[in-house]
Design a protein around this ligand. Structure first.
Ligand code: PEP
Ligand code: MN
Length: 369
């Protein structure tokens, strides 16, 4: 299904845009003055091309600022006229789409709270039928790649071909330094399933504070993401929403200056030669690793059969604890991350139990004969 995604490359519809693509503007439109002064400074200090602002704000609790509504669309239009910045607004309802289309908004985005709900997405998809407007799609708040892919598919099936995915992190209940856990493996998987889909990162909603914006943005660039969307406000401490994570346009430029911009590859013959050499080394080690795993699983089978003969349980808790302790000790000595090793051992143990379970159930079938 996903193979049939019909996406127009970013460069062909967003011409003359510096790479990576940088989108900025306040979390929420609050007044025309606040929008205009932010936009003017973005124009003056940065090479931001697209100006974001939330007009309808999804708030967790009742009686909070829920956005200025349609009047904000007129303000955005004035900003576009004066600065030439393209404008983007979050839409959650068909009537938001209609209002944006009527008021000349350039790009729509679907928020993380909307993309969790296939009913809402279907309604938006219906409203977008026959319309040619770019749509940016934030990941759903839950770490479910199928749900994210589903939104992209539904919007694409409605005829929208200019799509950008936005990685804004995921809700988790575990304690974390982030407001929303980045779970980088999910956008990486999205990119490998849909290689022609542009994916940008939203460090503001991942970090939730100013301090983590730089490392998150750097990591996104190091993972070859196509751009960044970062919230900026003329006076962040006074912001009506997401005050902790917003920065001034000047601070944005400072951040962009501190980032290291890397390329996907390079032409240097020496570099190509050396990297090929390193990769050949990795190929050999991986082959060895797979051989060793296969040997280990052979022994696991042998042990399974032996346990079966003697009616011994598969799970041997003391042995498992010994394995964990001794291997983690060894990993520490070798400077391997112990969290990583723990996950790897758990995976190997799970597979070993599965193999021995199959051996035991073979015995049960023959016992019933
Ligand atoms: C936002 O961009 O201001 C916003 C509401 O983001 P998210 O949908 O990622 O929570
Ligand atoms: Mn926000």
């Amino acid at each position: 299904m996903i193979n049939t995604l019909n996406i127009i490359p970013l460069k062909s519809w967003l011409k003359e845009t510096p790479e990576p693509l940088i989108i900025s503007g306040p979390c929420s439109a609050e007044s025309e003055e606040q929008l205009m002064s932010t936009a003017r400074q973005l124009k003056q200090f940065t090479n931001v091309r697209i100006f974001r602002a939330g007009i309808w704000k999804p708030r967790s609790r009742a009686n909070m600022f829920e956005g200025v509504g349609e009047i904000g669309l007129h303000w955005l239009n004035n900003i576009k006229k004066e600065t030439g910045l393209l404008t983007t607004v979050e839409v959650a309802k068909p009537h938001h789409v209609e209002a944006c289309l009527k008021n000349g908004i350039d790009i729509l985005w679907i928020g993380a709270r909307t993309s969790v709900n296939p009913f809402s997405i279907q309604e938006l998809a219906e409203a977008l039928k026959g319309v040619d407007i770019p749509v940016m799609i934030k990941n759903p708040v839950t770490p479910d790649i199928q749900l994210w892919l589903g939104v992209i598919e539904r919007i694409n099936l409605s005829g929208i071909k200019k799509i950008i995915a936005i990685h804004r992190g995921f809700n988790t209940y575990s304690k974390s330094a982030y407001r929303n856990d980045p779970l980088w493996e999910i956008p990486i998987e999205l990119k490998s399933i849909c290689p022609n889909l542009p994916v940008i990162c939203d460090p503001s909603h991942i970090a939730g504070n100013k301090k983590l914006l730089l490392p998150v943005a750097q990591k996104a660039l190091d993972l070859a993401m196509d751009g960044l969307i970062i919230e900026s406000h003329i006076n962040p401490v006074k912001a009506l929403t997401d005050a902790k994570q917003q920065i001034t346009p000047k601070e944005l430029q400072l951040l962009l200056d501190q980032l290291i911009y890397r390329t996907l590859t390079c032409e240097d013959k020496n570099f190509i030669l050396n990297i090929d050499h390193f990769r050949a080394e990795i190929d050999l080690i991986d082959a060895e690793l797979i051989n060793i795993l296969s040997k280990r699983m052979d022994v696991v089978k042998k042990i399974g059969k032996y346990k079966k003969q003697h009616n011994i349980t598969i799970l041997q808790l003391d042995r498992w604890k010994n394995i964990l302790n001794s291997r983690i000790e060894q990993a520490k000595k070798l400077g391997i991350n112990t969290d990583f090793l723990l996950k790897l051992l758990q995976l190997v143990h799970k597979e070993s139990i599965q193999i021995q379970t199959e051996i035991m159930s073979e015995q049960n079938i023959s016992n019933t004969k």
